[in-house]
Write a protein that binds this ligand. Sequence first.
Ligand SMILES: C[S@@+](CC[C@H](N)C(=O)[O-])C[C@H]1O[C@@H](n2cnc3c(N)ncnc32)[C@H](O)[C@@H]1O
Length: 316
Amino acid sequence: MSSQSPSSDYGGSDYHIPVLPQQTLEAFRTGRNGLIVDATAGGGGHSELLLKAGYQVIALDRDLDALQETSKRLAKYGEAYRNIHSNFSDIDEALASQGIEKVDGILADFGVSSHQLDEAERGFSFMRNGPLDMRMNQTQTMTAQDVVEEYSESELKRIFREYGEEKFASKIARCIVQDRGEKSFATTLELADFILKIIGKREKIHPATRVFQALRVEVNDELGEIKTLMRKSLDLLNPGGRMALISFHSLEDRLVKRFIAQHAAETIDRPEWPEPRPNPDYCLKAITRKPLMADAEECERNVRARTAKLRVAERI
Ligand SMILES: C[S@@+](CC[C@H](N)C(=O)[O-])C[C@H]1O[C@@H](n2cnc3c(N)ncnc32)[C@H](O)[C@@H]1O
């Protein structure tokens, strides 16, 4: 790891460059320097920015490799930094294991790190040949190869359509199921080349992009994890505490946007009601009306920032 790379000015390393660094720090600038959970430690870039600003940080990650990396990088912060190997959907149990009931902030920067994408053997990228794996948590059993080889045609079609928004979902699912007795789907390139043959190159992006996204979301239950994290965060945040959530594709952002809208409305109105009624779920104040996005300078130095959207809400 190079501590001298240009990205280190923004809290980054060769492992991962954190997106929206200033906006993320700003999200927690509430005048109280308390305890923040970084639910997605990754390379520890966001955690370090928070530590430098005087917060205590508990970082979670389900990838042991990421936790080893961040432990080394952040050891110099001593007791102000702790990390726990955990899915963020188990945030309540992870904090209870440290005797913590409430926190002042929860940050989540969803998806995979650059390091996970770059390591061919993790199997996340159709650009690199490796096992068709895609598990963020290497102790989990189900891999992307299992999904491709074992799911029914209708299940494959559903995940390609719902999680990949792939318009050729039916055709791809049908062809996989027809050919999988004879053809191997053990590697990333075997699957990527197969999809290229079936649907051809029609757009700028690689034709396997959406299927790879769908498999990753399925293998790691990414949307279920986000829903549970957001729900549990409501009980864990102190009044005035904030959640800052960074999404990278429309499926994630839609969940976050709806969750905040559902909890930030004081009243609900329905056409059949004579007047609006109090919203029983009301417990958040939306801090960002529109998502915060990276400026041109950040997009230039960090390609990943181009699709990043940060939404912030405060517990009331
Ligand atoms: C985009 S990276 C985070 C990068 C980090 N903010 C930084 O500055 O280096 C996302 C990380 O979250 C982890 N992750 C994703 N989903 C998770 C989940 N449900 N529970 C725990 N960790 C998760 C991934 O393993 C990955 O290391």
